[in-house]
Each structure stands twice: as C-alpha cells, then as structure tokens.
Design a protein around this ligand. Structure first.
Ligand SMILES: [Zn+2]
Length: 291
C-alpha cells in the first residue's frame, strides 16, 4: 500500500491535524542507507515529521529538518516538499543501541543532546529558520517543542517506527495536532489526555489503520473534517547533471587529483546513496565543453 498523509481541521477550526503512514518511505530510506534499527527509527521519525510539516508548502518550496545531537548517530538531515516527497540521511547509519528498559529503540540515546533546526525555503530572499534545544532526542517531543516555542502553536506530535527482527521496517507513521488561536480553552488538555491514552502510533499502523483513521482516533470528539490528502514518497532530486555541476565547481585540479588516485571520479549522494561514476574521458569532457 502506498504511503499517504491526510490533513484535517477539527473543533470548528480550533485544531489542525495531519497524520501520515510512512512505512514504505522509511523502509526505502533504511534500504538505501543500509541503516541499523536505531538509526532507522531516528531517520524514519525525522522523515515522517518532515513530510507532515511540509504540507502547505507550494511548488519550489522546501522544508529541512536537522537534528544535530552529540550522540553516536552524529546528526540527521531530512528535507521535503509540499507534495510529500522526502529524502534524508543520518551521519552514522550503522548505529544500533540496546533497546531501552521499556523495550523501545533508544532513539534519544542515539541522538543525544543538541539542537533541532527547521528551515523553510519559501523562495524568498532569506529562508525562514527556527531552532530549539533538543528536549529528549526522541524527535516527536522535539518537534512539538519547536512548534510551541518557535511557531507559537501548542502542538502534540506522535512519531514512530517499528523495525522487525530482520531489520526491515514493519510500520512507520505519525500525527501532528495543533491548537490554533481562538480554540476553546479546554482543548489542549483534552488532546493531551486523549493522545496519552492511545496505543503507540506504530501499533495503529501495524494493525492496518490508515492516516484518516489515525487522525479520527487522535481527535476523538472534536469532529474532524478532512481537508485533503496526498502521497508520501522517498525521492531525491539528485541527477548526473547536478553531480557534474558539483564536479565542475570543485575545479579541474581537484578532479584530476581524484582521477590519479582512483582512476575515476565517484560521487555518492548523501541523501539517497545513489552513486555516480565518471571515468577520465567523461571528466575531461566536463572541462572542455563549450561554456
Ligand atoms: Zn540523491
């Protein structure tokens, strides 16, 4: 089943919600980066958050999340579009920690202390940027804090990735609920209590729930009304042309040094793991092409 997300409004316009099922997207990220379970969970939660926070962006606009902690993962970078295309990587994808005492993947321990940065490139002169210190490194709480502190929107964020014993992603997804100005005073507490009693989002996804059902469950009596839905996919915008542009920017001397050492120029895209290889003839073609 392809990954999807859904947006809704509830409580007569007082609450905005988005939920996503991202199992295939996170599995693709895991496979591309050969990520171990803890790294997969950390990257997957970040990708899910990116997809959901990106809703509302227009063509050509992008959102980037950087989870920069001092733990063994060494940083997670994800970016996405308003169309649900996301990509991302973790600096050390082979990081795998023992599960916590509650039998959870220890994402917080792998991320460590540090900062969450959110950048929105809206095509204006300067991108919008906000950042908050990491609260737990569990990503969900950190994104909620960012929304409260940086965007002044009280928010509940749930993110989860369930990894099978064979290392593959069994279920991934999440939801974000935001309390908008003018909402009834009791709504934040209602949502927190309700969400606190829900099973983990990975259990809901594993049991076959789609994003609409998850959002209905999270919003309870607040009568959600769907605003729209769309796909979520792992997609990287890298291409041979872009790699060639990077090589040209590096300069002829540097590339020739690479060629001498390795016999070819090889570039691996950090975001998706795709490899681009250029032999000596192709490299010299880059620098002899008419401008
Ligand atoms: Zn790529």
């Amino acid at each position: 089943m392809p990954d999807t997300l859904i947006r809704a409004i509830a409580a007569a316009g007082g609450v905005r919600g988005v939920a996503a099922v991202t199992t295939a997207t996170v599995e693709e990220a895991r496979r591309r980066h050969q990520a171990a379970p803890t790294a997969t969970a950390a990257l997957g939660r970040t990708l899910s958050a990116t997809a959901m926070l990106g809703t509302g962006l227009k063509d050509g606009q992008r959102i980037t999340l950087r989870v920069l902690g001092d733990g063994p993962l060494g940083g997670i970078i994800a970016d996405g579009t308003g169309g649900g295309e996301v990509r991302g990587y973790v600096a050390n994808p082979d990081v795998d920690l023992p599960v916590t005492s509650r039998r959870k993947l220890d994402v917080g321990g792998a991320v460590g202390r540090g900062t969450l940065h959110v950048t929105k490139d809206l095509g204006l002169r300067y991108p919008y940027h906000g950042s908050v210190p990491l609260l737990s490194g569990e990503i969900g709480e950190d994104v909620a804090r960012y929304l409260v502190v940086s965007e002044q929107v009280p928010s509940v964020v749930a993110l989860g990735v369930l990894v099978d014993p064979d290392g593959r992603v069994r279920a991934a997804g999440g939801f974000i609920l935001q309390v908008l100005p003018g909402a009834a005073a009791e709504i934040p507490r209602y949502l927190e209590e309700r969400v606190g009693r829900l099973p983990a989002v990975t259990e809901l996804v594993r049991d076959g729930m789609g994003p609409a059902e998850i959002l209905d469950l999270a919003l309870g009596d607040l009568r959600p009304r769907a605003l729209g839905d769309g796909p979520v996919v792992f997609r990287c915008g890298c291409s041979r042309e872009r790699v060639e542009a990077v090589l040209i920017a590096l300069g002829r001397a540097e590339i020739e040094r690479l060629l001498e050492e390795q016999g070819r120029a090889e570039v691996t895209c950090r975001f998706c793991g795709d490899r681009y290889m250029l032999g000596p003839a192709e490299v010299s073609g880059l620098f002899s092409a008419p401008a």
